[in-house]
Design a protein around this ligand. Structure first.
Ligand SMILES: Nc1nc2c(c(=O)[nH]1)N[C@@H](CN(C=O)c1ccc(C(=O)N[C@@H](CCC(=O)O)C(=O)O)cc1)CN2
Ligand SMILES: NCC(=O)N[C@@H]1O[C@H](COP(=O)([O-])[O-])[C@@H](O)[C@H]1O
Length: 220
């Protein structure tokens, strides 16, 4: 019996995407172990979700650090102590320093509320409405130094409806996110998907050896 994938979740807010991962695990669809939920916000409701599920939590306040890079290095040092196999950004609302995240390239994914490469960054629903897009959606991608620029793994899309505003669009997109993220994590947990040196490798089992990353470099 393979050991379950060890996942650390980073979130800054409500945690509905984390809750969707928890629910998928409870349904037996996700053979993973959540080793930590980390946040930059002491009041983030995601903390209560984790504590109720008996999952260790960590709050790291950026105000306690001299600058962003110092914070990010401290954050990943602390997360690393939990020995996760995969980091999942589920509404983590900080741009991460490229040097600090380098060791995690290939082992960190993010769910982003747009059909990348459209609308990297913030306020995606507002930007899609302003552009008059007929379709909107969410993307799960590997995290790299380039903000929301890492290789896209999968997307879910839906029509923009007449009368939609930011709030209704965000509300209608969430259930799609809650399906998309667990589906991607399940593929990674099954060893069917990884980040190779030339992009996404599907059905990693077809490879003669697992892909391993260190300091942002693919080890052979
Ligand atoms: N280096 C990277 N960092 C992050 C990535 C990434 O791909 N590379 N993904 C983001 C997630 N994200 C969108 O999906 C995102 C999060 C936060 C921001 C942002 O502008 N944050 C501001 C603060 C905003 C606030 O406090 O409300 C900031 O950090 O100054 C943009 C995109 C996670 N990080
Ligand atoms: N740029 C990152 C970003 O905007 N992520 C978005 O934040 C929300 C978090 O909701 P949740 O806390 O309920 O999962 C989600 O919609 C996620 O796509």
């Amino acid at each position: 019996m393979p050991t379950p994938l060890r996942i650390a979740v980073l979130a800054s807010g409500r945690g509905s995407n984390f809750a969707a991962l928890l629910a998928a695990r409870e349904r037996g669809e996700l053979p993973v172990e959540f080793v930590l939920v980390a946040t930059d916000k002491a009041a983030a409701p995601v903390l209560q979700l984790a504590q109720m599920a008996g999952i260790p939590t960590m709050v790291l306040d950026p105000r306690d650090y001299a600058d962003r890079r110092a914070y990010d290095f401290a954050l990943f040092d602390r997360i690393g102590a939990s020995k996760p196999d995969l980091l999942v950004l589920a509404g983590f609302m900080r741009i991460i320093d490229g040097e600090a995240l380098k060791p995690w390239v290939g082992r960190m994914i993010n769910i982003h509320p747009s059909l990348l490469p459209k609308y990297r960054g913030l306020h995606t629903h507002r930007r899609a409405l302003k552009a008059g897009d007929l379709q909107h959606g969410a993307s799960v991608h590997y995290v790299t130094a380039e903000l929301d620029g890492g290789p896209v793994i999968a997307q879910a899309s839906m029509p923009v409806e007449a009368g939609d505003d930011e709030s209704t669009l965000a509300e209608r997109l969430l259930p799609l996110e809650h399906q998309l993220l667990p589906a991607v994590v399940a593929l990674i947990a099954a060893g069917r998907l990884a980040l190779g040196e030339n992009g996404i490798v599907f059905d990693q089992q077809a490879l003669d050896q697992p892909l391993r990353w260190q300091d942002g470099q693919l080890l052979r």
